[in-house]
Design a binder for this molecule. Structure first.
Ligand SMILES: [Fe+2]
Ligand SMILES: [Fe+2]
Length: 376
């Protein structure tokens, strides 16, 4: 018994056949409607009783930026050159490895560069779709959370997320030649988060899991890309995201203290399900299809590639410490700890959590302070 029957739709985490079976069978659809089961809660208690959320709200008000004027959209992006310079372990299978007899046997630099461009477009597209998920989920939190300080803060996040969708959409359309449809695993995860009636589950699914992963993935791309527009765009998006994850940690810490072990177990299972869906989506099956490579064969080769494995794991470098800080790792019989052990990501547990990191990552304020100092 693996211990997660009924939570994810397969018996073994690495059942690739089951992973690639889930696909977006309506890639041309321009909208998607999903049930939202939550009640709206008004509060008549306007007392500002949560100073940590109040502080975050003040920071959010002053750190707003304008996607049109704070980024230099006149920068010309030579995609082929950018990808050739950016090729890192997350794109290319280790060149030292013998790939003869595999679907990659005939691939040389040209194919890997084409793949790199498609993979970059695909990744930024899924970032964009995930950002829309955050926009919708945070608007939902404004309606469902019973605390006035949280409603205030969440309203600033709605604006942040609109800006994030805006920048990724504009970058994809004006610099990368267009976007990919939403990945089926990501869409299922967003549907699951929106469908849940409990307000704290929106936070766990979005602020802790999706945004925690986004923060790590943006950080990785930011570190490796030399493209100045994308680099600055990611720096600014990350400084917002760090606040969003902190919002999740601060809010859930308070409510989890009141919960029974049975209620916490449901949160542990939800976190695990979300983690698996996010891991599955990063296998980028649509890109392999577009390149004419059978996704199952490609993914089997990718999953044993050391560089790719490390990249997959690194995506959890924010999620695991945040789950630990929330007490989800070890509550009850430490069910979630064992799942993260199986996924090979438990070693991140003592990395810095995001409850306090947002002040360090506020690049928007840092740039403004530097600009003011230069004038003075
Ligand atoms: Fe965002
Ligand atoms: Fe966010």
């Amino acid at each position: 018994m693996a211990g997660y029957e009924g939570i994810i739709d397969r018996e073994h985490l690495d059942d690739i056949e089951a992973i690639v079976r889930i696909r977006n069978d309506d890639p041309d659809a321009l909208d998607h409607t999903t049930p939202n089961n939550a009640d709206t809660t008004f509060t008549w208690d306007y007392e500002r009783s949560r100073p940590a959320l109040g502080k975050l709200y003040e920071r959010a008000k002053t750190a707003q930026w304008n996607a049109e004027t704070d980024l230099d959209w006149s920068i010309d992006v030579d995609v082929e050159k950018v990808i050739a310079e950016d090729i890192t372990a997350n794109v290319r299978i280790d060149p030292q490895r013998d790939l003869s007899g595999t679907c990659f046997a005939s691939w040389g630099d040209k194919e890997w560069t084409t793949f790199g461009i498609e993979a970059r477009r695909w990744t930024l597209s899924q970032f964009m779709h995930g950002e829309q998920g955050a926009l919708v989920c945070t608007a939902k939190i404004v309606e469902t959370v019973p605390w006035i300080d949280a409603k205030y803060y969440a309203s600033t996040q709605v604006m942040d997320e609109a800006r994030h969708v805006e920048v990724f959409a504009k970058y994809l359309r004006t610099k990368m030649g267009g976007e990919y449809p939403v990945n089926a695993h990501l869409r299922m995860l967003l549907d699951d988060i929106v469908a849940d009636s409990r307000w704290d589950m929106t936070y766990l699914g979005m602020q802790i899991m999706v945004e925690g992963l986004a923060l790590a993935a943006f950080g990785f791309m930011h570190q490796f890309t030399q493209e100045p527009l994308l680099k600055k765009l990611l720096r600014y998006v990350m400084s917002d995201e760090a606040r969003h994850v902190a919002f999740g940690v601060l809010s859930l810490q308070e409510i989890y203290k009141e919960m029974t072990l049975a209620e916490i177990r449901e949160r542990q299972e939800f976190a695990f399900e979300a983690a698996v869906r996010m891991r599955d989506r990063f296998l980028q099956q649509e890109v392999w299809e577009r390149m004419g490579i059978p996704p199952k064969e490609a993914i089997e080769l990718i999953l044993v590639d050391d560089g790719r494995r490390e990249f997959q794991k690194m995506l959890f470098s924010k999620i695991v410490p945040n789950c630990k800080k929330l007490g989800l790792l070890d509550a009850g019989d430490a069910w979630l700890r064992r799942r993260f052990e199986e996924m090979g990501v438990i070693h991140f547990e003592d990395w810095v959590d995001t409850g306090a990191e947002y002040e360090l990552l506020d690049e928007v304020t840092a740039d403004r302070t530097a600009a003011e100092a230069a004038v003075a």
